[in-house]
Design a protein around this ligand. Structure first.
Ligand code: ADP
Length: 541
């Protein structure tokens, strides 16, 4: 049930109070007092909704009483009861005491009831209005908050949408490019293979066309390598293979390959400022080689005339490499994006240089893996300088292994001859591997097994085996099972899985079985020599 409204009535004539109380007590809670002072006390204690007061009272008039109540109870409606002659009081009441209405004495019940009802209606509406205003203010506050949140998530969504659109666009560009990049060498391979088969050719022509086929195949392998590397870097927990690296020899060997292939228009120079001592560091030689190869390949690709300079020096606690070219240069606004996957300065289909935009992203990720940094300075039309650092981690006094051999001081700890077991069911593959190994300038004994079971038996019988090159897909027992078996009795024997391009899952399986590393078929001679350098301490024959 609704609470009754409460009315306070102040009048010094008690008979008036009585009549009022009798008239209205059924509808309202009626409080009556004979003077303003008592009225003020009632207002302090009770929850009053409307005040009526006689004007003429001793001590404090009705208007004075109303004025007094204004500060503590501004919300109340006030009704003044006046005689005919109280014009001044009325004027002051209207101006200063904010009365709702006045009624003349003697009041008629009907008139007073109408005024009270009206005043209470207004009062109720004002109260509701007030509550609504508070509620609205609260709602407004939370709306402002929601709006802010919406704005910020909207901004995030726009960024995500732009990113998604950009990656969609890059994907389309990538697929258009990859089709072109694969078709070009494929055309070379198919076309020249047909010519080699069908026509009478001189020995020189045969040699020339054979070279084209080999170059085109290498180009294809390069593309597949890059794609596999990117997916490997993106999905696998790539680990470093740290070992001692003699940077001085490493750089000489690396540049020598480029010098052999260089042309008259672009010279390649090595400026190595490392001392013999500073050049001996701990690092991952394969990753370092990949980084430098990619940067030098790019420098040569984008330079038609002039030079490519590769420099290396110790800079405080870092080793700093610079690959500078006098090539086409890169627009300033593209310099920060070219390290992202698929990003190229020139994306149109009329592209002059080809490529998939993967090289620099591979470089950057490998530099990061080596705890280094990479940046580029470039001017359009003048050339580019890519600089990267790796932390200077000096090698200890132990054996120094490089692509070519070992340093003298530790040669006493080196075996004269190493034994490699090739596990391979395909005779051609096995022969190919043997030929590569025999061509290397190292002293090796080679054993063969045609399936996993033979490999396990061979490892049991020959305790001097130093490295196993393990094929994975084989009859009788596959490479995974064989590795698991060998691990039971040779925990530290290096086993390297040799696989055609397989899924990451396959790689993970091989790793879990106990393989130390992977090489992909067809195996390249430099990859093989890196492996030998990493897992064996070898001496030249
Ligand atoms: P790709 O060379 O296959 O396009 P990269 O990731 O190696 O991919 O390089 C990305 C882009 O960076 C290239 O497309 C080219 O626009 C620019 N770039 C890289 N190296 C150089 C360089 N030395 N000179 C000029 N531009 C370069």
């Amino acid at each position: 049930m609704n609470k009754k409204f409460s009315i306070l009535y102040v009048d010094d004539e008690e008979s008036n109070l009585r009549i009022f109380k009798n008239t209205f007590r059924r509808e309202y809670d009626v409080y009556t007092v004979t003077n303003a002072k008592d009225g003020i006390e009632i207002l302090k204690k009770e929850d009053i909704d409307i005040i009526l007061s006689d004007q003429r009272m001793p001590e404090m008039t009705g208007v004075e009483f109303f004025k007094h109540t204004l500060e503590a109870h501004p919300q109340l409606n006030r009704i003044l009861i006046t005689g005919f002659t109280d014009f001044n009081a009325l004027q002051s009441a209207i101006n200063d005491a904010k009365i709702f209405q006045y009624i003349q004495k003697p009041w008629q019940e009907g008139d007073l009831r109408t005024i009270i009802e009206k005043a209470l209606r207004v009062y109720k509406l004002e109260q509701e209005n007030k509550e609504l205003t508070v509620e609205l203010k609260e709602k407004n506050k939370s709306l402002v908050k929601i709006n802010k949140e919406l704005k910020s998530s909207n901004e995030k969504l726009i960024v995500a949408k732009n990113k998604a659109e950009e990656s969609d666009r890059l994907k389309s560009v990538f697929f258009a490019n990859i089709s072109h990049e694969i078709r070009t060498p494929m055309n070379g391979i198919i076309g020249f293979t047909k010519i080699l088969n069908e026509q009478d050719l001189s020995d020189e022509q045969r040699q020339e066309f054979g070279d084209i086929i080999i170059r085109s195949s290498e180009q294809l392998m390069h593309i597949i390598d890059d794609i596999m590397e990117v997916s490997h870097l993106a999905t696998s927990n790539v680990k470093l293979n740290l070992g001692e690296v003699d940077l001085n020899r490493f750089l000489d060997d690396l540049i020598a390959v480029y010098e052999n292939e260089s042309n008259d228009k672009v010279s390649i120079q090595l400026i190595n400022e490392l001392s013999e001592k500073d050049g001996n560091i701990m690092s991952d030689a394969l990753k370092l080689k990949k980084i430098l190869n990619n940067l030098i390949d790019n420098a040569l690709k984008y330079t038609s005339e002039g030079y490519v300079k590769v420099s290396c020096k110790k800079n405080n606690s870092n080793i700093e490499f610079c690959i500078e070219d006098s090539g086409i240069g890169i627009n300033p606004e593209m310099q920060h994006v070219i390290f992202d996957r698929f990003r190229q300065e020139e994306e149109s289909s009329t592209r002059q240089f080809g490529g998939l935009g993967l090289g620099l992203s591979i470089v950057k990720e490998n530099v990061t893996l080596l705890s280094g940094k990479i940046w580029v300075k470039s001017e359009k039309g003048k050339g580019s300088t890519f600089t990267f650092t790796i932390p200077y981690a000096p090698a200890g006094e132990t054996t120094i292994i490089t692509d070519k051999g070992i340093s003298n001081e530790s040669s006493s700890s080196v075996k004269n001859k190493h034994t490699i077991l090739i596990v391979e069911d395909e005779v051609i593959n096995s022969l190919y591997l043997e030929t590569l190994l025999e061509d290397m300038d190292v002293n090796l004994k080679i054993l063969n097994a045609e399936n996993g079971q033979e490999a396990v038996d061979c490892c049991r019988e020959n305790v001097d085996i130093d490295l196993v090159l393990m094929d994975i897909k084989m009859p009788i027992m596959n490479g995974i099972e064989a590795t698991q078996e060998i691990r039971k009795f040779r925990k530290n024997l290096p086993i390297v899985a040799q696989t055609a391009y397989t899924t990451n899952e396959d790689r993970e399986k091989a790793k879990q079985a106990g393989c130390d590393d992977f090489i992909t078929k067809p195996i390249e001679v430099n990859i093989l020599s890196d492996l030998i350098a990493r897992y064996l301490v070898v001496v030249k024959e």
